[in-house]
Design a protein around this ligand. Structure first.
Ligand code: AMP
Length: 286
């Protein structure tokens, strides 16, 4: 079988901009897909979505220290650039941007981007500072690359809504596209952190998606939001999750709270729960 040509890798903003400028000069549309690596089919589905929307696809690989809390898994986060580059090349990516930490955050770096409102509840409350880290690095990546379109996964639904707000508020001229969540056959959303699960925990993990599906059905049937949320939390604890950070139905765009009664319009169910060493998140449209 012929092997894929190696993927070009750039590590500095200057090199990234030179590549992108050449493509733009030829009139080509550019897509950016930011990732933290440890790539799986979910990331690759975003590369294909990017490919369908642009002539050139740039992926970034940067495990961003500022979006990890002091007791989170920054040091343990899986890293394998060689494997990631091969997968990206196969999926149709044109360029990998893989800066080092000191390229992104040189000495005396002093700026942070905070998106109020949509980044405050849910993961914003459970992981203080997380979305400021995300918004700051995504703003940098967008300004460094200058893509026409940027692609993010609905798997991280709150992150997607934070980025949509960020781009509008800062007048960053990019179209933000959300890609659907890629799942294992049993429903578990693919995640780099699933690697932390023991075989036994992996068998329990699909309960997160199953619980959201059951909750969505009950909301559609007109059951009160408050009852559905309590039942979903109980089900996750019974399934062996050690901690449920939240299971909530929220307004889809700004993630504002809904009333405790039956839903009156579109909603998004979002959940985060801890299973062993992994903190799993998932969400579903209602
Ligand atoms: P990460 O490397 O986990 O920071 O994710 C990089 C991008 O891939 C983000 O936009 C994620 O939302 C997206 N992503 C992660 N997991 C999935 C998945 N299972 N399906 C679709 N997109 C995903």
């Amino acid at each position: 079988m012929p092997s894929d040509p190696p993927l070009p890798i750039v590590r500095t903003v200057a090199d990234l901009r030179a590549r992108v400028a050449a493509w733009k000069g030829a009139g080509e549309r550019i897509a950016l897909v930011p990732t933290m690596g440890a790539l799986h089919e979910g990331h690759l589905s975003l590369i294909r979505l990017a490919r369908a929307n642009a002539a050139r696809v740039v992926a970034s690989l940067f495990v961003n220290p500022t979006q990890f809390g002091p007791n989170e898994d920054f040091a343990a986060y899986p890293r394998d650039e060689t494997r990631d580059a091969a997968l990206l090349a196969k999926a149709g990516c044109d360029l990998l941007y893989a800066p080092g930490v000191t390229d992104m955050y040189p000495e005396r770096f002093a700026t942070a981007v905070t998106v109020r409102g949509v980044s405050e509840p849910l993961d914003g409350a459970a992981r203080p500072g997380h979305f400021t880290g995300v918004a700051t690095v995504v703003a940098k990546l967008l300004l460094q690359c200058g893509p026409d379109v940027a692609v993010f996964g609905e798997k991280d639904y709150q992150q997607l809504q934070v980025i949509r707000r960020l781009v509008v508020d800062l007048d960053i001229p990019v179209e933000v596209l959300g890609g659907p969540t890629a799942r294992a056959q049993d429903g578990l959303a693919l995640s780099s952190r699933n690697a932390y699960l023991t075989p036994e925990q992996r068998r329990a993990a699909p309960e997160l998606y199953a619980t959201l599906q059951a909750a969505a059905a009950r909301l559609r049937a007109g059951e009160p939001v408050a009852d559905v949320e309590v039942a979903a939390r109980d089900r996750l604890m019974a399934a062996g999750f050690q901690r449920v950070d939240y299971v909530e139905a929220r307004r889809p765009d700004d993630l504002a709270r809904l009333g405790p009664g039956p839903i009156e319009g579109p909603a998004r169910l979002l959940a985060a729960a801890v299973l062993g060493r992994a903190r799993l998140i998932d969400n579903l449209e209602v």
